[in-house]
Design a binder for this molecule. Structure first.
Ligand code: ZN
Length: 58
C-alpha cells in the first residue's frame, strides 16, 4: 500500500535530519509546505509535515 507521494519521499518512515537536512530550511522536502506538527517519540523530536505527512527526526 503506497500513500500519495510528492517528491518521492516515503511518508511511512521517519527520515533522519542528519542524513536528510532540509533542502529549503523550514520547508518540507516532499511538498514544500512550511507547516509542521511536532511530537516526541522515544526521546526523539519528530517533525511531521501537515500536508503530506513526511516525518523527520530532528
Ligand atoms: Zn510535506
Amino acid at each position: 500500500m503506497s500513500k500519495e507521494q510528492f517528491n518521492g519521499y516515503d511518508t511511512s518512515i521517519i527520515y533522519e535530519y542528519k542524513t536528510f537536512p532540509d533542502v529549503k530550511s523550514g520547508r518540507c522536502d516532499n511538498c514544500d509546505n512550511a507547516q509542521f506538527k511536532s511530537s516526541v517519540k522515544n526521546f526523539t523530536f519528530i517533525r511531521e509535515c501537515r500536508k503530506c505527512g513526511m516525518k523527520k527526526s530532528i
